[in-house]
Every structure is written in structure tokens, then in C-alpha cells.
Design a binder for this molecule. Structure first.
Ligand SMILES: Cc1cc2nc3c(=O)[nH]c(=O)nc-3n(C[C@H](O)[C@H](O)[C@H](O)COP(=O)(O)OP(=O)(O)OC[C@H]3O[C@@H](n4cnc5c(N)ncnc54)[C@H](O)[C@@H]3O)c2cc1C
Ligand code: FES
Length: 278
């Protein structure tokens, strides 16, 4: 079993500055952020941070960039409520508060030397983008890499330029589907599960990393198991409502697990019997 270093800065709030923003879709906005102390965030792909807006509140948000070689980091935020809407109004130069990184991310050392099947539904691409960039930064450490993406409509696709780059790369397999096409869409139409049977994998050496809306998990897991991928090689990320983000308040608890600390990334074999999780 690999050892993973998880940086836990408790409740310490760091000042941070927004360096750049980009509206990705109607609802999702990209932010490049740097800590005020000039240090890198020092996160693992799949970990999250708490973003704090003074007088408004705090929200858990996944880090969407690779930890390799940068002092700044990225997040992608969907405007759904009080804090995320306020965040969307901020621009380059504005200050925010950051706690973390928190939680267990993807076990990158366990993944090394193996093939990867990365499956992102909708906003699930945000934490998986961190893993994908990390894998591409360290491409020789991994075997075959397959990326499957799905979202409801073409206009909801995140990071369109990058998707095109991944599509062009010879060293990875990329496929994308939408539930409902528009007149300009020439790609696949159907649920993300329809992409899985067509992927050519060696199950014994393939790890699947899956993040998406809750409704997606049961169907995707069924397909992965029917491809022969062992349960311990299926990794899932769970986004439960959170408050403290670091194992103190119990808000994210499912039976004996704290999603913020024991997750958000879990091996399927460890959580498959938790009815509230699946
Ligand atoms: C580990 C983790 C990683 C996350 N990563 C991202 C990310 O990368 N990008 C992103 O946009 N969002 C992410 N989220 C979801 C994000 O934290 C919520 O959307 C946010 O907390 C909503 O806060 P608000 O004040 O804007 O909305 P509120 O006014 O609090 O609520 C608006 C609506 O969102 C629902 N909601 C609140 N919290 C959550 C939650 N944690 N998950 C799902 N629904 C929620 C509420 O029930 C309500 O219906 C993540 C959540 C977790 C737990
Ligand atoms: S959010 Fe407080 S214990 Fe997990």
C-alpha cells in the first residue's frame, strides 16, 4: 500500500490573489490563483481547497491543475448559490482566502506503471483535469491513457481548447459524447456509458478514475466491472456537503467515513457497501 503525504493546514486561512479568469460556459468560470505567500499550493491531483469570501462564506472546490512545476493553481467553479455566484463576480487582482489542500486525492504512485481509464461527467472534469495534466506532465510513468468525457449538451463542454489538444495527441485515446446534440455537433451522442464498451483495455493493468454527477456512478461502475476491471482499481470521487473540510464537524460523514478526510477519492471496493455513498 502506498504512503501518501497529505498536507493539512488545519483552519489556517491563506490570502490568495486571482491572477486570471475565463468564462468557460454559461455557468462555469475558470480561475488561476496564487497564494499570497508566493508558495505553491503543494496539492495532490483530486484534492480540494476551501475558498473563503469575507462576509459571504466558504466552499469546497477541487483543484483543477497539476501540482507539477507551477506556483499558481487553477479551479473551475459552477455558479449555483451564494458563495459561488459571488466568486463569479471577482476578477484578476481580487483577493480571496484559501484553506487546504484537504483530503485524499488520486493515489498517483499506485497508478504509476499502469494503464488509466479516466471518465469525466460534466464538472467532474475539474478534479480529473488535475490528474490528466499530472499524467501528461509525467507521461513516461504511465501506460496507455484513455480519456472519456460526457456532458448534457455541447455548450456545457469545459476546457474546449484542451479537449481538442487531447484529441490530437497520439499518446492517448480520447472520446467525448453529449446526451443531446445541437446542429453543429458532429460527435458522439449518448450517455457516457456508451463509450466504455468501445475502449480497448487490459483490465488487470487498468485503473479507472471516475468523477461526475452522482447519477452516473452506478451505471459507469457496472460497465467497468463488466469489462473486468477489479474493484480495487476503480477510483471514485465523492462531493458531499462539507463545512470544515478537515474532519472536525462531521457534516460529510457517511457511516464511519469522513468524505473530506478519507476521500473525496475512494477505492470502489472500500465504499461499495455504503448505500448512502452509492
Ligand atoms: C470535495 C468537493 C469538491 C468540489 N469541487 C467543486 C469544483 O471544482 N467546482 C464547483 O463548482 N463545485 C465544486 N464543489 C461543489 C461546491 O462546493 C458547491 O457547489 C458549493 O459549496 C455551493 O455553495 P454556494 O454557497 O455557492 O451555494 P449554496 O447557496 O450553499 O447552495 C446552492 C445549491 O448547491 C447545493 N450544494 C451546496 N453544497 C454542495 C456540495 N458540496 N455539493 C453539491 N451541491 C451542493 C445546495 O444544496 C443548493 O442546492 C465541490 C464540492 C466538494 C464537496
Ligand atoms: S466537512 Fe467537517 S468533517 Fe468533513
Amino acid at each position: 500500500m502506498e504512503k501518501m503525504v497529505i498536507k493539512d493546514s488545519g483552519y489556517k486561512l491563506e490570502k490568495a490573489k486571482i491572477l486570471r479568469t475565463k468564462q468557460l460556459t454559461d455557468k462555469e468560470k475558470f480561475f488561476e490563483i496564487a497564494l499570497g505567500n508566493g508558495q505553491p499550493l503543494d496539492h495532490e491531483p483530486g484534492q480540494f481547497i476551501m475558498i473563503s469570501l469575507l462576509g459571504i462564506g466558504e466552499v469546497p472546490i477541487s483543484v483543477a491543475s497539476s501540482p507539477s512545476g507551477r506556483d499558481s493553481f487553477d479551479v473551475c467553479v459552477r455558479a449555483v448559490g451564494k458563495v459561488t455566484n459571488a466568486l463569479h463576480k471577482l476578477k484578476a487582482g481580487d483577493e480571496i482566502g484559501i484553506r487546504g489542500p484537504y483530503g485524499k486525492g488520486f493515489p498517483t504512485r499506485e497508478l504509476q506503471g499502469n494503464d488509466l481509464l479516466i471518465i469525466a461527467g460534466g464538472l467532474g472534469l475539474a478534479p480529473l483535469r488535475s490528474l490528466i495534466h499530472y499524467v501528461l506532465d509525467n507521461r513516461r510513468d504511465f501506460g496507455k491513457v484513455h480519456i472519456l468525457l460526457g456532458c448534457k449538451q455541447p455548450k456545457e463542454l469545459l476546457f474546449g481548447d484542451e479537449l481538442e489538444e487531447w484529441n490530437q495527441r497520439a499518446d492517448l485515446y480520447y472520446a467525448c459524447t453529449v446526451d443531446r446534440a445541437d446542429p453543429d455537433w458532429a460527435g458522439n451522442v449518448g450517455l457516457i456509458t456508451t463509450l466504455i464498451p468501445g475502449v480497448d483495455i487490459e483490465p488487470a493493468r487498468t485503473f479507472a478514475a471516475v468523477v461526475g454527477p452522482p447519477v452516473m456512478y452506478n451505471f459507469v461502475i457496472k460497465e467497468l466491472l463488466s469489462k473486468g476491471i477489479p474493484e480495487r482499481q476503480i477510483l471514485l470521487s465523492f462531493e458531499r456537503n462539507m463545512k470544515c473540510g478537515n474532519g472536525k464537524c462531521g457534516r460529510c460523514q457517511i457511516q464511519n467515513l469522513y468524505c473530506c478526510q478519507d476521500g473525496p477519492v475512494f477505492h470502489y471496493e472500500k465504499i461499495k457497501n455504503l448505500s448512502e455513498a452509492m
